[in-house]
Design a binder for this molecule. Sequence first.
Ligand code: DAH
Length: 340
Amino acid sequence: MDFERALAGVESTFEQRLGAATRDADVAEIQVAFLGRSGELTLMRRAIGKLPPEERPAAGQRINAVAERMELRLASALETLRARGLDAALKQHVDATFPAAARRRGSIHPIRRTLQDVCDFFERRGYAVVLGPEVETEYHAFDALNIPPDHPAREGFDTFYLPGGLLLRPHTSPMQVRTMLAHQPPLALVVPGRCYRRDALDARHSFAFHQVEGLVVAEGITMAHLKGTMEAMCRELFGPQQRVRFRPSYFPFTEPSAEVDTTCPGCNGIGCRTCSGSGWLEIGGSGMVHPNVFREVGYDPSRVTGWAFGIGPERIAMVRHGIDDIREFVDNEPAFLEQF
Ligand code: DAH
């Protein structure tokens, strides 16, 4: 009976001390004091020898049971202390009542989306998508494209000139020259990229803009392919009801040359503000590659023919999304960008 009472006393002292523990170290101390080599329970175990032999096994079992309970209580006390510590730390650094910041999701810029859609259309049809340098030589940007130095068309290109005969490309057409110099026909490619011109900034013009150039060269290529391709592209970009018309035009690097118009998606060709009442929107220039350009790159114009186009993604994106000021694309206004 003495033994039982002593054991109960040890356990209740243990509970009292554990209840007062505030740090991990307190818990460790209690563990040593009760379960350690000269701890209370160990002393009790030694005292078993003083009991009458028939009581010894039961006493051993009672001590083991208490020891087991103590181990569990110690572990859960540690757990409680840790959780309390974390709460305190969080309270110091986080105000859980502060309104959460709205999560901002990125979106694809309408110009990039248009470039992707155009390139995607051509990639699925086997065209290569290639990129070229934005700093170009006069040779690739003009001379090789049948625009000699005294040619009036050079004036139309309001170019930013750099020292050393270099310039910021005013169109993506120089990549026609670079690709043809590097590869033999047949070839089919598109070139998305940024271009620069000394244009005053207004709702319709920017000194930095994009173009997508297209070029197909092989035996037997005709303007009918060009028109069919432009029509299919417009239907993919604007919808299946689109029509395309060619207007005679002039570019030094194509003959014949044509301006590409598509029915205004705003009014389906009836006439509205977007198309200034004409029902048509111009999306770029095109034509059959001039024999002089072929000769310059070493192609035989009596063997191969080809067509090319250069379209304006800004214009396309504006019409697709009903944007009426080109400056919106570069203002980086979150309210504008988040719509896409
Ligand atoms: N490079 C011309 C421009 O920027 C657009 C163009 C017209 C490109 C006809 C072409 C083309 O490839 O065949 O105004």
